[in-house]
Design a protein. Sequence first.
Length: 211
Amino acid sequence: LLHQPFGVTEASIEDVHRALKRHDCTCEQLVRAYEARIAAYDQPTRLNAIVVTNPGAISTARQLDAEALKAAGAIVLAKSNMAEWAFSPMVTISSIAGETRNPYNLAYVPAGSSGGTAAAVAASFGTAGLGTDTGNSIRGPSSHNALVGFRPTLGLLSRAGIAPLYLRNDTGGPMARSVADATRLLDAMATGPDPADPLTQYCTGHLPAKG
């Protein structure tokens, strides 16, 4: 029987982990499959979900393959488009990648401001992604693109590096195709107090033992 390559379309985190454990694919093959989808469907269709792919993703994947860290390793594949200054609830437009469109219908918008991540995950350009939320910027794009977006309690995740809009509301969070994937990503993101964000001191004692 001919070996069928692992298909990344709508693949969950669990699907990816299972494929790696069964040697159905390597980390490098996985990254190349996602990069091929981005090349085939992002700019050619004017979806404009991705700003730039990570030039170090392949080397990171090879390192993970060599070190057998497949179960726990994560690769930053690309930077997604976002609204300028993270300040647009309905559309995602930037001077770099232009206007992001909805992969389910290119005539529609993906909402904002994390619309690039939402469109990219919905189009299977990656397994899951990260967004930021001050008013509705994780939840809105997720609902527009049939994803699960979760806005965590303030203090659970560090806000260091997030575009500052309103300190009392700014936070990051996971965007994924399922509750299970969003939960796994949130667990990986919640690493405890961060000196760069004093509010994270309040998460002490409220994280699972593994988090």
